[in-house]
Write a protein that binds this ligand. Structure first.
Ligand code: MD6
Ligand code: FE
Length: 217
């Protein structure tokens, strides 16, 4: 019984899904880190609570966000950018914990992106109904480093598009513990998240949490 459960775990953790060259989903990769991540998140959100930011077009984002690391991704009426200061507190963002760095580096290395040194971790909190429209991640200074995206809690349908906005996106289900890494030829692919369906997860309740690790500067 124990052995077969263990084998299931290993199988689940090693399942890789390549969406296109440079874009890989590592199903269940973050499961062994789940408790450590959620503990670190409590400290982050104590100092830098989740908030809904406004897009340059004046829309309130349905996703609530915060950051940790040397830089945080922010948006307001003047644009999207990275900033070392949290505009809500006027202070630096919370420190990126060693376990976050290790998780991001291990995931990147296991997909062929060695020496990934994230300096920014954007943390998103989705309630049912929250969504993220198709976009490219291009506020980072150079596009050599990959994006490492960790999904926790209730499932999402991730939209994985191409290099042009009009390229029809694939739908990829991301569930608790899945990590998606994209870089190299896939670095500037369009992506987004469909409106989250109501569900409940034992560790996160009715939320989906997403961590995206980047090298911003
Ligand atoms: C996700 N987030 O939440 C993916 N990109 O699953 C993103 O792709 C993203 O939340 C750029 C800026 C903010 C984001
Ligand atoms: Fe993105």
């Amino acid at each position: 019984m124990t052995l077969s459960l263990f084998q299931d775990m290993e199988q689940c953790q090693s399942e890789r899904e390549e969406l296109c060259p440079g874009a890989i989903v590592l199903h269940g990769f973050a499961v062994p880190y789940e408790v450590a991540i959620l503990e670190a998140l409590r400290d982050i959100t104590t100092r830098a609570p989740f908030r809904h930011m406004v897009t340059p077009g004046g829309f309130r984002m349905s996703v609530a966000l915060t950051n940790c690391g040397s830089y945080g991704w922010i948006t307001d009426r003047t644009g999207y950018r990275y900033d070392a200061i949290d505009p809500e507190s006027g202070k630096s963002w919370p420190h990126m914990s060693a376990v976050f760095v290790k998780l991001a580096q291990d995931a990147a290395a296991s997909t062929g992106f060695n020496d990934f040194k994230p300096d920014a971790c954007l943390v998103n909190c989705y309630n049912p109904g929250a969504r993220l429209s198709l976009h490219q991640d291009k506020n980072e200074r150079d596009f050599d480093a990959p994006i490492v995206s960790v999904s926790l809690g209730i499932p999402a349908i991730f939209l994985w598009g191409g290099l042009r906005r009009k390229d029809k996106p694939m739908r990829v289900q991301l569930t608790h513990g899945d990590i998606m890494v994209w870089g190299g030829p896939a670095r500037l692919h369009y992506h987004g998240v469909l409106p989250i369906k109501e569900a409940c997860h034992p560790l996160t309740g009715t939320h989906r949490i997403n961590l995206t690790f980047r090298k911003a500067a």
